[in-house]
Design a protein around this ligand. Structure first.
Ligand SMILES: Nc1ncnc2c1ncn2[C@@H]1O[C@H](COP(=O)(O)OP(=O)(O)OP(=O)(O)O)[C@@H](O)[C@H]1O
Ligand SMILES: [Mg+2]
Length: 280
C-alpha cells in the first residue's frame, strides 16, 4: 500500500527542521490551531512563529553569555521598578537599551550611593547586548585589576588586555569601594585607553569623579582616564534610597544622612572636549 502524502503541516514541520528553527517548530501546532480556530490572521501567525524562533535564539544567546561573560546575576529592565527611583529618567534608560551607544562606541557611567540600582542597570544593558548577539564581559574593578596584575606577572599582559578589549560591552562595576594600588591604577588606565573609541564600557561608581584621583592614588592619571571615558559618554546620576533598605526606611535615613550624592563630572584637568561632548 502507498504511504499517505505528507500533509502541509508535516511539510512545514520538515522545512522548519531543515532551516534549524526549533523555536518556530515547537510553536507551530499551537499557532496553526489558532489560525484554524479563526483567532489569528495569516500574517499574525507568521509573526508569532518568527517571534517564537527569535525568543528561543535570544534565550540561547543569553545562556551562552551567562557562561562566558561572568555576569553575576540576571537583572533586566522589566524587573526594574522606576517608581522607586524617580531621579532616573526612564526615557534615557529605555533609549540606552536600544543599544545605539554600542554602535557609536560610547560609554555609560552609573553614579550613585549604595543600592540604588547601578549594577542592576549595568547588567540589564549587558543582557540586552548579549541577546542582540554582542560579546559582553563583566568584572568588578578590583577583580579586573587582579586579573591584569596576574597576567602582567606571568608576562601575558598584552594578551589579557587584548581579551578585555575584544567584547563590544565591558562592565566595570564597583569603582570606589576598594582601594587601588599604583600598578592597579596604571593597568586600569591602560585598559580604558585600549577600549577608548573602539568599544563601549559601562562603569558604576559610588563616588563622584572628583574623588577618583583619591581612589586611583594619582590625580593626573585619574584626570586622563576620566577625560577618555567622558569624551563619548552617557552619565546616569542616581539620587535616591537604597532598594536593599526599602523595608527599613528609618534605618536608611540615618545611614544616608547627609545623602551621599556623587557630584557632577568636573574633574580637574579634563580637557574641554570631554565636557562639550558628554551626553548627560
Ligand atoms: N528600582 C529597582 N527596582 C527593582 N530592583 C532594584 C531596584 N534598584 C535596585 N534593585 C535591586 O536591589 C539590589 C541592589 O541593587 P544594585 O546591586 O543594582 O545596587 P548598586 O547601586 O549597584 O549598589 P552598590 O553601590 O552597593 O553596588 C539588587 O538586587 C537590585 O536588583
Ligand atoms: Mg553595585
Amino acid at each position: 500500500m502507498k504511504a499517505a502524502a505528507p500533509s502541509r503541516r508535516d511539510r512545514i514541520r520538515a522545512q522548519l527542521a531543515d532551516l534549524k528553527m526549533p523555536g518556530a517548530l515547537e510553536a507551530l501546532d499551537e499557532v496553526l490551531t489558532r489560525v484554524d480556530g479563526g483567532g489569528v490572521t495569516a500574517s499574525e501567525a507568521i509573526e508569532q512563529l518568527l517571534g517564537a524562533q527569535i525568543t528561543l535564539r535570544n534565550n540561547r544567546r543569553l545562556e551562552a553569555a551567562m557562561r562566558s561573560s561572568r555576569l553575576p546575576a540576571i537583572k533586566t529592565l522589566e524587573d526594574f521598578d522606576f517608581s522607586f527611583q524617580p531621579s532616573i529618567k526612564r526615557e534615557q534608560i529605555d533609549s540606552l537599551h536600544e543599544l545605539g551607544f554600542l554602535e557609536r562606541k560610547e560609554n555609560v557611567i552609573f553614579l550613585g550611593p549604595p543600592g540604588v540600582g547601578k549594577t542592576h542597570l549595568a547588567i540589564s544593558l549587558a543582557i540586552a547586548a548579549a541577546q542582540s548577539g554582542r560579546r559582553v564581559y563583566y568584572g568588578a574593578l578590583a577583580d579586573l585589576i587582579t586579573s591584569l596584575e596576574e597576567a602582567k606577572a606571568a608576562g601575558r599582559l598584552g594578551h589579557r588586555l587584548k581579551i578585555l578589549t575584544y567584547p563590544s560591552l565591558l562592565v566595570i562595576d564597583e569603582i570606589g569601594y576598594l582601594p587601588v594600588s599604583q600598578t592597579g591604577a596604571m593597568l586600569f588606565f591602560q585598559l580604558i585607553n585600549r577600549r577608548y573609541e573602539r568599544a563601549s564600557t559601562v562603569l558604576t561608581s559610588n563616588k563622584g569623579f572628583e574623588e577618583w584621583g583619591q581612589i586611583l592614588g594619582d590625580e593626573v592619571m585619574a584626570a586622563a582616564l576620566i577625560d577618555r571615558l567622558l569624551h563619548h559618554c552617557h552619565i546616569v546620576n542616581i539620587r535616591g534610597n537604597s532598594y536593599r533598605m526599602r523595608k527599613h526606611t528609618d534605618l536608611s535615613k540615618i545611614l544616608h544622612s547627609p545623602p551621599a550624592e556623587p557630584s557632577p563630572p568636573t574633574p580637574k584637568g579634563t580637557r574641554a572636549r570631554a565636557k562639550e561632548k558628554t551626553t548627560i
